[in-house]
Structure formats: structure tokens, C-alpha cells
Design a protein around this ligand. Structure first.
Ligand SMILES: Nc1ncnc2c1ncn2[C@@H]1O[C@H](COP(=O)(O)OP(=O)(O)OP(=O)(O)O)[C@@H](O)[C@H]1O
Ligand SMILES: [Mg+2]
Length: 580
């Protein structure tokens, strides 16, 4: 018979089970001195039906009350009734798993959930010192070697490495949530660093503030950097500038940006736009002799067309005439497209939208799309499988469209790929509240982004695409997306509304754990979900390469730092140029 890794003696004994319901147990403490050494969050083991079985739980609440009791039935010499004080200590425990010394032919096993409920009067022990250490190590050892993702250390026992199951973490979407400055970006950098150790990772980070560029610099770089082209990048075409030409946008995305739905001519504008785009795409395919594509393409297929030709066709409609009884009269669309054309023109001419409407000539070539997609999907030794896309210069009003188009493109490539050829891809959505809002509050561009990302959240698993959603305002992030996440790394979360979102996402039995969220230290988090056997508090490791998201030392810097006078002047010029 195998040795149990858990060995309890008198000094570990807390008390006995006094009450049991479906997922909580109350134990009456007999060893009152122990009350000072336990705390909310501590682990306990309750003797199961067999000697070789313990139910493992987390203390959710500890209470002490004193009652008076009659010591004897007789009045003492002075005529007083002898009362004494009695302590009544209780702990409330959430059951989280079952440990067995032997389980069939296996020894020392731990599984989630309690198979049986403990019986009244069963002994309850504190898990501490060597028992805690052995137990934590057992948890980590349960994750197969090749699938381990080490994240940090358990707060309960800082000597034990907290290991998450890498496959499970990424398989069915995960979220990293926490108030500003709680350590989300560092956690992302840490996870990327762990992934970079694998031979062929495949992650694409939508980096809203350009803070992960440090991961792409120098000899130690672990990622490849792309940047959605800003006004400056449109002039000098660098290899890492990413353009998302207008013709990649589907009909709905394009209209979300240009169409004013309150305009009474909106239906006419939408239908003329659709008609012309379809025709122009058709003529591109005819010129290229792509007969097989011609047979089945739709207006949403990513096929190049020339936007100036589109403008010309719209203008013809807008100014057009048709023969009348006494000479030409206004055409069917005459004057009805004027505002639509003006809005489109304004977008085309605005340099900030250059990456959409003024892409370089090379992007019009038929092969361009597959070339760029190959770069985004590439995962090799020299060109890294971790790709950071800097969105910092994308104007806020089109940010959702751009993020959505990119996600849709990536998803569709996986979707149309042969089953066996798909290489799993995770899209890291940094600052997700900026482009994936709650549906009821979304505007037209945001609705398009939600469509693309919610589709991945719902169906991505089958095609090997998953999301890692990162946000400081979970209550502002699409519920559909968050509710599809199976793993949550929750860092300090101070806002009530945000906490209640997290509470709703985790199973009822665990909701007590979330009470510590506002109290977590920076870089400390609660990992909940199927990637870890035990939902516990973790102190995350620091990444080797820190993202450029440092918290400024206001007071110290005011005391010690001489500001650079020229910096403001330079910033003004940069602001005018709209390029760094
Ligand atoms: N694991 C950690 N250990 C120690 N310090 C940390 C850890 N993670 C973060 N910090 C500290 O907290 C600071 C802020 O972290 P980070 O930039 O990751 O916050 P954030 O949650 O991404 O904030 P925001 O929502 O504003 O982007 C870091 O500059 C670092 O000093
Ligand atoms: Mg951050």
C-alpha cells in the first residue's frame, strides 16, 4: 500500500463536522487555540468515508461566539448562581475536491469536486506546513510535463510553484481581469514569455498602447512586432507596417463606418454601394481570369477594387439623369448619394485612416493577402510565433472595426483551412472594453467588432482559435464573450460592478473566494477555471522583459527629476505630424 502524502496528528486537528449542505460544511472547532492560526482562504482536510479519503475545502468564514453556561445546579456559598463562559468557534468550508491515498491502481490522487458529502462528526484538520507543501506539489505534479504553464507561487505555500494546464487555459478562451495597475500587462507578458519557450507558439496580441514593443527588442526578443500603419508609416512603407485596405472590410463593416442610418436616403446609399462594389470585385476577377472564384464570390469576399472607381460610379448615380418626355430629367438616385459620398470622401482623405484608404500599391496585388496572412500565421524559430500588433495610432472611432476585421480575417483563414493543417491560434485582446463593449451600449462599428469576436468566442474552439481577453473594466465587456471564457485570472478588482461580473462567472460554490478580490496586492491573482485543480491565490512571477507600462513615481519624480523643457515643443510638433 502506498504512503499517504497527508499525515495529520493532534496538532493539526481543528474540530468536527457539525453541519453539511450541498456545497458547504460547517465544522465546530474543538481546538480553540487553532482559531488564531487559521484564516479565510486557508485549506482544510475533512476525513472522508474511508481512511484513505479526505475532502479538501477552503475556509470561507470563521466565527467565534461566547455563551454563558451554568456550571453546576447549585447555588454557591455566597448565594450566586455559578456561570462560566464557553467559547463556540465555527468555520464554514467550501468543498473543492477529493484527495485519495489510493484510488484503484493509482496513489495520491486529487480530483475536483466532492464525490461524497462528509458525515457529521468527521474530523477536520488544518492543511499546513509539510502537509500543505506536499499537497500543493501534488497539484502541480498532476499537470502533464509538456502541458505545464508555470505562473508563479501559491500564496498559501510560497515554496510550491503554481502550475496551470497550458492546453486547458487556452482551449476555451480565458480572461485576465483587474483594475488599472493591478498587473494585467505584466501577466500577459509572463504568459507570452512562457509560450515563447515552446517551439511553435501562435499568438497574436492586439496591443492598444504599444506597451508590448519591449518584447520585440534586442537579442532577447520573444515576439515579432507589427504596427497598424499610422500617418507617418503610410509615407515610408516599413516591412512591419500593417495595412488593412478598405476592400478587406465586408459590406456591413464598411457601411458601419460611412452610412448615416438616420439619413432618409440610407437604404438607397447602401444598395448602390453594394451593387458597385460587387461589380468592381467582379471586374477585378475577370481581369485576372479567376474563373473559379468568379463563380462563387460574394460582395463580402476579400477582393481588391479601386476606391476611386467606386467614387466615380457613386458620383454618376448622384448626378445622373434619365430621359424624360421633354428631355433628360433627374435620375433615380440623383442627389440621394451626396452625403454618403461626402462622408466616404472625408474618410479617404483623412491621413489617420491611411492604413484603410491609402494603402501602398503593393496591397492591390492579388497575392498580397495571402502573403500578409502567412506572416501573421507564421510560427518558426527565426520569425517568432508571437506577434504583437501595435494599435496605438488607430483612431478611436474605427478601432472596433479594425480589431474586428483583423479577428474576422484570422478566424476565416483558420475556418477555411483543412482540419489537419490548422495550427492553434490565440488572439490576445488587450483593453477589450475599448472595442468589445456590452451589446446594448454598442454603436454600429462596435456591433461589427462584437460580431467577429463573439463568433470566435462561440465557435472558435472547433477551428483552433481562442481568445485571451484582458480588461480593467469587466462590467463594460461583452457578456457573451466573457461567459464563454473557461479560465479567469482575476487580479485586484476594486469596483463593485466589476466584482459582481466576476462573481456571476464563477460557480456558486466558489463565489465566496471572490471576496478577497479588492484586497489583492499588485501581481497577485485568483486563478479560476479548469486549467488549475484548485482555485487559489497566486503570486505571479515577474516577466523577464517588462512591458512599457511602468507606474510613474509621481512624488519621487517631482522631487528628483528635472523636466526637459524642449519635450513639450517636440510633442506639439509630433502631434501636428501625427507620427512619432
Ligand atoms: N507580478 C508582479 N510582481 C510585482 N510587481 C508587479 C507585478 N505585476 C505588475 N507589477 C507592478 O505593477 C505595475 C503595473 O502593472 P501593469 O502595467 O501590468 O498593470 P495593468 O493591470 O496592465 O494596468 P492598466 O489596466 O492600467 O493597463 C508594474 O509597472 C509593476 O511595477
Ligand atoms: Mg495594462
Amino acid at each position: 500500500m502506498s504512503e499517504s502524502i497527508l499525515e495529520f496528528d493532534k496538532s493539526d486537528f481543528l474540530g468536527k463536522v457539525a453541519m453539511v449542505d450541498t456545497n458547504r460544511v460547517v465544522a465546530a472547532i474543538e481546538n480553540h487555540d487553532m482559531m488564531t492560526s487559521i484564516s479565510v482562504g486557508s485549506l482544510v482536510a475533512i476525513q472522508g468515508r474511508l481512511n484513505s479519503e479526505f475532502l479538501i475545502g477552503i475556509i470561507e468564514r470563521a466565527t467565534r461566539s461566547t455563551t454563558e453556561r451554568l456550571l453546576t445546579n447549585e447555588v454557591d456559598d455566597e448565594g450566586n448562581i455559578p456561570f462560566g463562559e464557553a467559547l463556540q468557534d465555527f468555520i464554514k468550508i467550501v468543498l473543492i475536491g477529493t484527495y485519495r491515498t489510493v484510488d484503484g491502481d493509482r496513489s495520491n490522487t486529487f480530483k475536483r469536486g466532492a464525490d461524497t458529502f462528509p458525515q457529521i462528526d468527521r474530523a477536520c484538520y488544518q492543511l499546513s506546513a509539510h502537509n500543505l507543501q506536499s499537497f500543493m506539489n501534488l497539484l502541480s505534479a498532476k499537470v502533464p510535463l509538456g502541458e505545464r504553464m508555470a505562473l508563479g507561487h501559491y500564496m498559501a505555500d510560497q515554496t510550491a510553484v503554481a502550475i496551470a494546464h497550458g492546453d486547458k487555459f487556452f482551449q476555451r478562451h480565458a480572461a485576465i481581469l483587474g483594475s488599472t495597475g493591478s498587473g494585467k500587462s505584466w501577466a500577459v507578458a509572463l504568459i507570452l514569455e512562457r509560450a515563447a519557450k515552446l517551439t511553435h507558439p501562435n499568438l497574436i496580441v492586439l496591443d492598444m498602447h504599444g506597451e508590448y514593443s519591449t518584447l520585440c527588442e534586442g537579442k532577447e526578443a520573444i515576439a515579432e512586432q507589427f504596427k497598424i500603419a499610422g500617418p507617418g508609416d503610410c509615407l515610408s512603407e516599413s516591412t512591419n507596417s500593417l495595412f488593412l485596405p478598405y476592400w478587406l472590410l465586408n459590406r456591413e463593416e464598411m457601411l458601419a463606418m460611412i452610412l448615416d442610418r438616420s439619413d432618409q436616403n440610407a437604404p438607397n446609399q447602401a444598395s448602390r454601394f453594394t451593387e458597385h462594389v460587387r461589380k468592381l470585385k467582379e471586374s477585378t476577377l475577370k481581369d485576372l481570369n479567376k474563373q473559379d472564384v468568379l463563380d462563387t464570390f460574394t460582395v463580402d469576399s476579400p477582393i481588391y477594387y479601386d476606391i476611386s472607381q467606386l467614387m466615380a460610379l457613386l458620383n454618376i448615380d448622384d448626378e445622373g439623369t434619365k430621359p424624360g418626355k421633354t428631355g433628360p430629367v433627374k435620375g433615380d438616385w440623383n442627389g440621394k448619394l451626396t452625403r454618403f459620398i461626402a462622408r466616404l470622401e472625408a474618410k479617404i482623405e483623412d491621413r489617420r485612416y491611411g492604413f484603410l484608404f491609402q494603402p501602398p500599391k503593393s496591397t492591390s496585388e492579388y497575392e498580397w493577402l495571402s502573403k500578409i496572412a502567412m506572416r501573421l500565421f507564421h510560427s518558426g524559430k527565426t520569425t517568432k510565433g508571437i506577434k504583437i500588433i501595435d494599435f496605438s495610432e488607430v483612431p478611436a472611432d474605427v478601432l472596433p472595426i479594425v480589431a474586428g476585421v483583423l479577428a474576422r480575417l484570422l478566424y476565416n483563414v483558420q475556418f477555411w483551412m483543412n482540419d489537419n493543417d490548422r495550427h492553434p491560434l490565440t488572439i490576445v485582446c488587450d483593453e477589450a472594453h475599448l472595442y468589445l463593449p456590452v451589446r446594448d451600449e454598442a454603436d454600429a462599428p462596435e456591433k461589427r467588432a462584437l460580431e467577429s469576436f463573439e463568433r470566435i468566442a462561440k465557435e472558435g474552439r472547433k477551428y483552433g482559435v481562442s481568445l485571451l481577453v484582458v480588461s480593467q473594466r469587466p462590467s463594460d465587456v461583452s457578456r457573451t464573450i466573457l461567459s464563454q471564457c473557461n479560465n479567469f485570472l482575476v487580479l485586484r478588482l476594486t469596483n463593485d460592478q466589476d466584482q459582481s461580473v466576476v462573481k456571476r462567472m464563477v460557480p456558486e460554490s466558489m463565489s465566496g473566494l471572490t471576496d478577497i478580490l479588492p484586497l489583492l496586492d499588485t501581481g497577485e491573482g485568483l486563478l479560476l477555471g479548469d486549467s488549475i485543480l484548485l482555485p487559489t491565490r497566486i503570486k505571479l512571477d515577474c516577466p523577464k522583459i517588462e512591458p512599457a507600462s511602468a507606474t510613474r513615481q509621481f512624488w519621487t519624480e517631482w522631487a528628483n527629476r528635472t523636466p526637459n523643457e524642449k519635450a513639450v515643443e517636440k510633442a506639439i510638433e509630433t502631434m501636428r505630424r501625427q507620427t512619432r
